[in-house]
Design a protein around this ligand. Structure first.
Ligand SMILES: [Zn+2]
Length: 343
């Protein structure tokens, strides 16, 4: 009997090791409108959307259900190679009229994050339309807050007022989804991609996944409440860079150790450990609007600070490093300057 146990164990060890070394990561694409007549900054043109979907099929990448893909990636049980998931924020009408038929043709699963108070107003889907999509195979409806407010604690807001505001928005949206649909998924997309650590704690308490708008792939060491997605609006989703994004790998740091995105100095400093197999010589970092920026390595940590102040509410530092086979490890830190006006 003991021999049998050993044999069985050794049979299973080999494929498990192979799967781990292949680093199966999940790349999540984030859309708002798919339309040629909505604001360009939050829209993906119809032709670009079609080309993006065609590239995914040409590369033979598997498109998976967002919740299942996240679960298997975080637990390290995903198969080999990258998986892709598709998500839409705000439940705009163009998703129902334009994106949904194209996705049905490809039989690709997707998730729609709904800010529930906007449903039925001009430019948004109705509950009947959302229900119709939710009844299709592999279409998931999830929470994007009730009121789509900026959810990090505001500079002039007491902790108590923040607590009441955020709790109400998170839970009333989930209750509305439960009333209108069957069982809402335990997933949340932060409005504007803005979050702070107290808000992450609220998402964690509810047992939900929290998705941002910072770029990068999800891997085993990605924090459950700061899951990255690649924005796919016209400016970001161009085909020339899409293959790098689809093939990108999660940066091998535990993202739970990265700093809160709320800045206390401008420009802020990002510090993360120089973990295997990252080699400082092959690491490249960029800042929004400032191009490539320098970094220092001090006591085994990488310390990145842009040379110039930022004038926008949200901005990012991105660092990439070759990951083999022409792919890149991709790390994105989103920063939020609460002193700048809300959009
Ligand atoms: Zn939104």
């Amino acid at each position: 009997m003991p021999l049998g146990v050993v044999l069985k164990a050794s049979i299973f060890v080999v494929p498990m090791m192979a799967a781990i070394s292949a680093h199966a990561d999940l790349v999540v694409l984030q859309y708002h409108h798919v339309s040629d007549s909505t604001p360009p900054s939050t829209s993906t043109s119809v032709s670009l959307f079609k080309q993006q979907m065609d590239l995914i099929s040409d590369l033979d990448l598997e498109v998976v259900n967002l919740r299942q893909g996240t679960e298997t990636t975080l637990s390290g049980t995903a198969g080999e190679g990258n998986q892709i998931a598709i998500s839409f924020d705000d439940a705009y009408a163009s998703v129902y009229h334009t994106a949904a038929p194209l996705l049905a043709e490809k039989a690709y699963p997707y998730t729609i994050f709904v800010n529930t108070e906007a449903v039925g107003s001009n430019g948004y889907m109705s509950w009947d339309q959302i229900r119709e999509l939710s009844e299709r195979q592999d279409v998931t409806i999830a929470n994007h807050s009730a009121d789509h407010d900026h959810m990090a604690r505001k500079p002039d807001e007491t902790e108590e007022a923040w607590e009441i505001r955020v709790t109400r928005s998170l839970d009333s949206a989930q209750n509305t989804l439960a009333r209108e649909l069957d069982a809402p998924a335990p997933m949340f997309a932060y409005p504007y991609g803005e979050f702070d650590q107290p808000l992450q704690a609220k998402i964690n308490e509810r047992g939900w996944y929290g998705f941002g708008q910072q770029s990068g792939a999800i891997g085993r060491k990605t924090g459950k409440t700061r899951l990255p997605r690649f924005p796919m609006a016209n400016a970001y989703g161009q085909l020339a860079n899409l293959e790098d994004k689809l093939r990108s790998k999660a940066f091998p740091v535990d993202t739970g150790t990265l700093p809160d995105g709320i800045i206390s100095e401008n420009p802020p400093t990002l510090v993360f450990p120089l973990v295997e197999p990252i080699d400082a010589e092959r690491l490249t970092c960029f800042a929004s609007g400032q191009g490539r920026i320098d970094f220092n390595v001090v006591d085994g940590n990488v310390s990145v600070q842009a040379p110039e102040r930022f004038n926008s509410r949200r901005f990012r530092y991105n660092c990439t490093h070759p990951a083999g086979d022409g792919s890149y490890y991709w790390l994105s830190q989103q920063w939020l300057d609460l002193s700048k006006p809300e959009d």
